[in-house]
Design a protein around this ligand. Structure first.
Ligand code: NAP
Ligand code: MG
Length: 510
């Protein structure tokens, strides 16, 4: 039986143009992966293509790393962790190195934005204006933590040793070799979210980017070397999830797995990691409620609701895909968001006026179209959009659905595309039971001018992030992650450092 990833690649091969794209200005020669400071092909010599989702054309070939490559990368990361200079470097020097990486990335913003847009399909302006500055800022924020990994001194009493004196303290130590598996929706930013805290805490890493979008992670590997991060500290293995990813998740010499992606694969990772009880952190899917109360600034709520679902083509784990609107303004908000959807300029990411690009892959296109059909079949009304746009590239129409209710696939499942369910409600109390049944708990938002109501609703929603009168606000200092089946642990902020360190208690008899 074909693995899911092999099947995915094969299905792309059947329907995509076989030619190598001539539009990208990128070298068509096969890329290499990073192991122990060297750029290498897969041990098997196999490669797979990465595609431009705006055209379906091949950009270039990528090494198809598998178990032997993962083994070599883990050996290199282990050696760098145990014997290399990274852990022994002064915290200040480590911080300076991370800051240097941020500077290099910032200097190459335009190049990275173009590469990201080419590989993932997102508008160049979005890559330039959001993905890049957030990634740069994350490395700078984490650079600051290098000198602040504090322990405690703890006055202890030891009740069974009266009269004895002790000096006790804690030290935060790096967890060791970390396997990091990331998705395709924000390829560079997800690499930064993962690498930043690992490097700040002196861990060493094997990173596996998503098969659909490996290019910016590989280019980042070159900047990592240029910044002076020692060989073997960051290893990058490209390949498929079910082979390379699974080998990493199950590897006996990996101390921790950090994963971002679907809840389904998150569960597979947990099972693999359970064999030797690796530490695991997970940033998974969502079906996030966006609640507009009747007393909200309605124009700003409409713009916010459109951004909540259409940003990054809805390919966001925190997309505001359940739009609850208090009865009084239901028609006005639905008209407003439908009109916003009609105005969105959908096109190739590299066109200056493009506001929404193609979905990332042919597989994702079919997934999203499948949800649109399921909505139709289950009685949803398509107010605007529905279906594919054009017949080349992976474009879909921004879509607003009404007449949706729990139990329908479009209401219950993560679509990961620009499709929103608009649901009227009478009072907030009607929504809360529906949301308490939501298996996800990544993000939520509430729009109101009543500050008390905002805080009350924020306290009642079981979600890792609650936005009030805004949506999609991210900051390196603000922890992000899920309640319920949206994940374990937090990305960013001080919280993420807990996931990459362990505490040693030292007790000295005086
Ligand atoms: P996915 O399968 O969860 O992929 C995420 C990462 O996990 C990729 O690097 C993938 O590798 C890897 N992977 C897949 N199977 C694996 C396995 N058995 N063991 C170890 N690693 C494995 O996500 P997807 O297929 O790209 O997208 C499917 C759905 O996931 C989306 O429609 C969306 O609902 C959700 N998703 C969520 C996020 C998020 O940010 N929370 C991001 C992306 C997708 P390959 O890609 O190389 O196969
Ligand atoms: Mg691609």
């Amino acid at each position: 039986m074909k693995s899911k990833s092999t099947a995915k690649a094969a299905s792309k091969r059947i329907t995509s143009h076989p030619s190598t794209a001539s539009t990208n200005g990128n070298s068509p020669k096969p890329k290499k992966m990073l192991i122990g400071g060297r750029w290498v092909s897969a041990a098997s010599g196999k490669t797979f293509p990465t595609y431009n989702p705006a055209t379906g054309e091949i950009i270039c070939q990528i090494p198809e790393g598998d178990r032997p490559d993962i083994d070599a990368a883990v050996r290199s990361a282990r050696n760098a962790f145990e014997n290399g200079p990274w852990r022994r470097m002064s915290p200040s020097d480590r911080g300076k190195t991370l800051w240097r990486l941020a500077d290099l990335l910032e200097k190459h913003t335009e190049e990275f934005a173009r590469l990201e847009s080419l590989d993932n399909g997102k508008p160049l302006a979005v890559a330039r204006g959001a993905d890049l500055p957030l990634a740069v800022d994350l490395f700078r924020y984490m650079a600051g933590w290098c000198t602040k990994m504090l322990g405690n001194t703890i006055p202890i009493s030891v009740p069974y040793a009266p009269g004895e004196r002790f000096h006790a303290y804690t030290v935060r130590e790096p967890i060791g070799v970390v396997g990091q598996i990331i998705p395709w929706n924000f390829p560079l930013l997800m690499a930064a979210w993962k690498l930043g805290p690992a490097l700040a805490t002196s861990c060493t890493v094997v990173l596996k980017p998503a098969e659909q979008t490996p290019l910016t992670a590989l280019r980042l590997g070159e900047l990592i070397q240029e910044a002076g991060i020692p060989d073997g500290v960051v290893n990058i293995i490209t390949g498929f999830g079910e082979t390379a990813g699974a080998a990493l998740a199950a590897h006996p010499d990996v101390d921790k797995i950090a994963f971002t992606g679907s809840t389904e694969v998150g569960k597979i990772i947990v099972r693999a990691a359970a064999i030797d009880l690796k530490k695991v952190s997970l940033e998974l899917g969502g079906k996030s409620p966006n609640i507009i109360l009747a007393d909200a600034d309605i124009d700003s709520a409409i713009a916010g609701a459109a951004n909540a679902i259409f940003f990054n083509h809805g390919q966001c784990c925190c997309a505001g895909s359940r739009l609850y609107i208090q009865n009084k303004h239901f028609d006005k908000v639905v008209d407003g968001i439908a009109s916003a959807a009609r105005k969105i300029k959908v096109g190739p990411g590299d066109r200056p006026d493009t506001e929404m690009g193609p979905l990332v892959s042919e597989e994702q296109l079919h997934r999203v179209l499948g949800y649109m059909r399921a909505g139709d079949k289950e009685g949803a009304k398509t107010v605007v959009g529905g279906g594919r746009l054009g017949d080349s590239g992976y474009f879909v129409k921004p879509t607003v659905l009404t007449n949706t209710k729990p139990g329908m696939k479009v209401m219950d499942e993560e679509i990961f595309g620009p499709v929103v369910c608009a649901i009227p409600f009478n009072q907030v109390e009607d929504i809360l039971p529906i949301e308490s049944d939501n298996v996800y708990g990544l993000a939520a938002a509430v729009w109101t001018r009543d500050i008390s109501k905002a805080h009350r609703i924020a306290s009642e929603l079981r979600a890792g992030t609650v936005w009030v009168n805004c949506y999609n606000i991210f900051d390196s200092a603000l922890p992000f992650g899920g309640y319920k089946q949206s994940g374990w642990g937090r990305e960013m902020g001080a919280e993420v450092l807990d996931l990459y360190t362990q505490t040693k208690a030292v007790c000295v008899r005086l």
